[in-house]
Write a new protein. Structure first.
Length: 537
């Protein structure tokens, strides 16, 4: 007999689920408040790249025409959608992130409910939201990993059987979601592998399982093939292939394993220390999964745990936001100890105290970031460096005010957010300097292409980012290229603005004729040059 709507709702509000429901609602309310409070946080580099590429799409320019990237265009189109719906602004991007994060939490609840119980699903959703807002994972910035998780969870919610086994259409839809996650970040292919293992272990008979796995893999290929076809029709396929396949392959293996281990140990140690109780609960949940009665949870979560870790590893960079990829499986494991309603009362009390205590510890330890820091101070302290993210806003505003809509500009550095703020085209498709400065097989050809672009367009304004983190020069050809860039600026441009960059509020910016009198002798600064003979508007 089917349950009516009132029966379904009463299941969520019964005595066993009431406290987990209240905890989940409170956690999601806190996370929502934090994200709304920080909507105006200045963009960092990855966000700037996605925002600029999305802005170009909205103005009729396809990906890889005016902005080169080794990333597939999933985030470009997502940012275009967010900017279209929520407005062409920083807050529009972060509002889109808020929506994606809340939907992901709902999907975590659905997956946890299917694997365990509603109690476990509610706890997992709350812990996922709390983990992914943490500044130790740079969780308030709209990184690609948030959207990988969104599509992966949508796929997983389709392949875990309910009352009936998934139909071929569900497997196909799940594959398409995995394919969309791959378009957002290539690492997502590993989540498809975890899903295939689960389907082969769970579905019966084996012929049905094999058919489901093949259907899912076919769905996975559809978004990529359509993207490649679209790039061909738009005339950008050669650039698309060079950057997302050939160069990306060289980038993925550029860091020795020993340095990767140092990166991993450093980041993991900080993350463990920031939310130890969540990881302790996840360890307890892993024991529940390994030795408990639920074979389905074991078949799903163990492959997911392994593949989530492997998704961190390509390139061995282990940046903080990469760990968002493991947040779903950690949250699901941490929710597992709360699944049973038959645990002894003292143990239930201990688990509840651990959960509440761990949450309060996170909110207390990150209190300044989450509840106090103004957006500009937040971005400075979150990155703990003098990266010029906050200062990019004023520089871009000055350049926009002194150029026309059709005037290209040039940023010498890896700060694509300046293009987004200024709403001006780049004089070259090379919006990052990193690939041109690396020891990689395509570097010299890329350098020559950028020099030709610069000399052909002679942009009205050149913004030189004098900051090590914006260049990371490691090759001899990169050093020679940097010298040529300096010659280009010195041959036809005059200083028209300067912004000093600092970790605190001691930075300053001066624009116009007096800029030359205030050039700071600091390790991080932005120098704005105007083409000689071109007056200010």
């Amino acid at each position: 007999m089917k349950k009516g709507k009132s029966g379904i709702l009463s299941g969520w509000f019964d005595r066993q689920n009431l406290l987990p429901l209240l905890y989940a609602v409170a956690a999601l309310a806190v996370v929502t408040w934090v994200r709304v409070r920080l909507l105006q946080t200045p963009l960092e580099r990855d966000e700037g790249e996605y925002a600029y590429a999305g802005q170009l799409i909205l103005h009729g320019f396809p990906p890889y025409l005016h902005a080169y990237s080794m990333k597939l265009p999933g985030m470009f189109y997502l940012n275009a959608a967010m900017l279209k719906v929520f407005g062409e602004s920083v807050s529009g991007i972060h509002l889109g992130l808020l929506v994606a994060n809340l939907v992901s939490a709902v999907l975590i609840c659905r997956v946890g409910t299917k694997l365990f119980t509603r109690r476990a699903g509610l706890v997992s959703a709350a812990l996922f939201a709390l983990m992914t807002v943490s500044q130790h994972l740079l969780g308030t910035f709209a990184h690609a990993t948030h959207f990988v998780v969104l599509f992966v969870l949508a796929a997983c919610s389709l392949i875990i059987p309910g009352e009936k086994s998934p139909s071929p259409y569900r497997y196909l839809a799940a594959g398409i979601f995995f394919g969309l996650a791959f378009l957002v970040k290539q690492h997502a292919a590993l989540f498809l592998a975890a899903a295939v293992v689960f389907v082969l272990l769970e579905a019966r008979p084996l012929s049905l399982a094999a058919g489901g796995a093949v259907t899912m893999a076919s769905g996975f290929a559809i978004p990529y093939l359509l993207t490649a076809l679209l790039a061909f029709l738009q005339g950008t396929f050669a650039t698309f292939w060079l950057w997302t396949v050939r160069y990306a392959a060289s980038y993925a293996g550029d860091l020795p394993i020993r340095f990767g281990w140092i990166n991993f140990r450093s980041q993991m140690g900080e993350i463990l220390a920031s939310m130890p109780v969540y990881w302790l609960l996840a360890l307890g949940g892993l024991l529940v999964v390994l030795f408990g009665p639920s074979g389905r949870a074991r078949k799903f979560l163990l492959p997911l745990l392994l593949c989530s870790f492997l998704a961190l590893c390509p390139g061995f960079h282990f940046r903080p936001h990469y760990f968002i990829l493991v947040a779903p499986v950690v949250a699901l494991l941490a929710g597992a100890p709360f699944a049973s309603t038959r645990v002894p009362r003292p143990l239930e009390v201990v688990l509840s105290l651990l959960l509440i205590g761990g949450t309060l510890f996170q909110l207390w330890s990150e209190g300044w970031f989450l509840f106090v820091a103004p957006p500009e101070e937040y971005v400075k302290k979150a990155y703990q460096t003098t990266k010029p993210f906050a200062e990019s806003v004023g520089v871009a505003r000055y350049v926009r005010d002194n150029t026309g809509p059709k005037d290209p500009i040039l940023v010498l550095g890896s700060e694509p957010q300046i293009y987004f703020y200024a709403r001006r085209l780049s004089a070259t498709g090379h919006i990052y300097m990193y690939p041109l400065m690396e020891e990689q097989p395509y570097a010299e050809a890329m350098q020559e292409e950028m020099l030709k672009d610069m000399n052909r367009t002679r942009p009205r304004y050149v913004i030189l980012v004098d900051d090590l983190s914006s260049w990371l020069s490691v090759s001899k050809s990169g050093e020679r290229f940097r010298h040529k860039l300096n010659e280009f600026v010195g041959s036809g441009y005059e200083l028209d603005g300067v912004a000093a960059v600092s970790r605190d509020d001691k930075g300053f910016a001066v624009f116009g004729g007096s800029a030359g009198q205030f050039v700071p002798n600091t390790a991080s600064r932005i120098l704005v040059y105007r083409l000689k003979g071109e007056g200010r508007r």
